[in-house]
Design a protein around this ligand. Structure first.
Ligand code: BTN
Length: 320
């Protein structure tokens, strides 16, 4: 660990309290001026650190930059076993998580960032990922067939919807298959990418990538009519984005256990706002009008076309 990170770790462990610079220097076997230099670097990066005369340095309780130490205290149950890798800016958490999974990173490894320079969405699209967002990818090694990988996306959607609802007190609805909406705007997208085990036809690994727009006021013109953001009150004495991240992870850990029990599907259906609506199904670059009539127990969207034929959709694009 770099000196800067070691200092941050100590400050995080004492969040809200001052840590004596001389003691820190002794503990880390460096000079006081090295501590001072690194503290200044952290301040320049946006960390809210106060120098308290005669007492040392204090990381303010409201400091809301995502770090391993800011998220971990809020993890509960099985999520405490997750292995967190928290970074400020990455190209794409999914791309990195895929590389890590291919290099045998264990199930439960989570890559978290607050900015992506090459965020990826479904259908080869990009995902706008400015700083202040919450972008994370969880590596799973589930015993599921490729057909059932849809269950990972849908259970994640429920897990994230519940977390956002808890933190913001606002209703969150799901647009099949993976978009979360608040007040009619998409505030979160989920991209599940899986790798097949050729020998047994099951999944080698799956990556659940979740992107939540946090405190984003301006979106690029091509998405500004559909994209929205959750707004977290300026934190007073809590690292609110870290708490949201932990809540998402707590719910994900919980739901990954119950994937095959499919209990969460009832919750998914309740939150789904396509059912009963006239929609358009986009297939092979053609648009077909249809009615969304339900979601089956494999999380497929059931649609009925004007000629009364029915279809269970496993992927693809639908719109209202
Ligand atoms: C979509 O709406 O099409 C899915 C968007 C998924 C975005 C998330 S952000 C974290 C992870 N890393 C990525 O590059 N994509 C996913």
């Amino acid at each position: 660990m770099e000196l800067k990170e070691q200092i941050l770790k100590i400050l995080e462990e004492n969040r809200g309290n001052s840590v004596n610079g001389a003691l820190m220097a002794k503990e880390l076997h460096v000079t006081r001026s090295a501590i001072w230099k690194n503290i200044n670097q952290l301040k320049n990066e946006g960390y809210q650190i106060e120098a308290v005369p005669n007492r040392g340095y204090c990381l303010k309780e409201s400091n809301d930059i995502l770090t391993n130490q800011s998220i971990s205290p809020y993890l509960k149950g099985k999520a405490t076993n997750f292995i967190l890798d928290v970074r400020k800016t990455v190209s794409s958490t999914n791309t990195l998580a895929k590389e890590m999974a291919a290099n045998k990173a264990p199930e439960g490894t989570v890559l978290i960032a607050s900015e992506q320079t090459n965020g990826r969405g479904r259908m080869g699209r990009s995902f706008y990922s400015p700083a202040t967002g919450l972008y994370l990818s969880l590596i799973l090694r589930p015993k599921l067939s490729i057909e059932d990988s849809l269950l990972i996306t849908t259970s994640s959607a429920v897990a994230v919807a519940k977390a956002i609802e808890k933190i913001t007190n606002e209703d969150v609805h799901i647009k099949w298959v993976n978009d979360l909406f608040m007040q009619g705007k998409k505030v979160c997208g989920i991209l599940t990418e899986a790798s097949l085990n050729i020998e047994n036809g099951g999944l080698e690994y799956a990556i659940v990538g979740i992107g939540i727009n946090v405190n984003t006021k301006d979106f690029p013109s091509d998405i500004k009519d559909i994209a929205g953001s959750i707004f977290l009150d300026k934190p007073k004495n809590q690292p609110i984005t870290s708490i949201l991240a932990a809540e998402v992870l707590n719910n994900l850990a919980d739901s990954m256990d119950k994937l095959t029990s499919k209990d969460y599907l009832e919750e998914y259906k309740k939150r789904s706002f396509l059912i009963g609506k006239d929609i358009y199904v986009l297939k092979e670059k053609k648009v077909f009008p249809a009615k969304a009539i339900g979601i089956d127990n494999r999380a497929r969207l059931l649609v009925e076309y004007p000629d009364s034929t029915k279809e269970a959709l496993t992927s693809g694009e639908v719109s209202i």
